[in-house]
Design a protein around this ligand. Structure first.
Ligand code: 4NP
Length: 149
């Protein structure tokens, strides 16, 4: 079983995009029963809110629904419940390490370590949800390839 947690600041733009893109890939590959996939926020700003309209619209262009998703806060107890925590930017990584009291098992990484390196731009500021989708899609494809080996 692979247990993957995607993490961003608000859990309404980037990490839900990654959660539902990756879920879709895993399901299409027939591997749904081998994964636990979730996403969470490092801040309290958007708790309980559905994904941003831009994220919902971009996912829907690709035939993906995120119906029912609400923003939840990452908890320190999540550290033992997941194998991999994939942050969108360096700030997310810092916040996770603060919450977890470090990263003794080396579970905390930037999502784009699986593609070109660097960070997933925040469409909250850029308004560019398509670039976020492309970034997330590429990294998730490579992540799935890596985990299938
Ligand atoms: P996300 O985007 O971290 O990708 O979900 C943001 C959502 C909310 C805020 C900032 C970024 N905010 O400042 O409330």
């Amino acid at each position: 079983m692979h247990r993957i947690m995607f993490v961003c600041l608000g859990n309404i733009c980037r990490s839900p995009m990654a959660e539902f893109v990756f879920r879709d890939m895993v399901e299409k590959a027939g591997l749904g029963d081998r994964f636990v996939i979730a996403s969470a926020a490092t801040s309290n700003e958007e708790l309980g809110n559905p994904p941003h309209l831009g994220t919902r619209a971009e996912l829907s262009k690709h035939g993906i629904s995120c119906q029912g998703k609400r923003a939840v806060r990452l908890k320190s107890s999540d550290y033992d419940q997941y194998d991999l925590f994939l942050g969108m930017d360096r700030w997310n990584i810092q916040s996770m390490k603060r919450l977890f009291g470090g990263d003794p098992e080396g579970k905390v990484h930037l999502l784009k370590e699986y593609s070109t390196g660097g960070e997933v731009d925040d469409p909250w500021y850029s308004g560019d949800f398509h670039t976020t989708y492309e970034d997330v899609y590429q990294a998730c494809m490579n992540l799935l390839k890596e985990l299938r080996k």
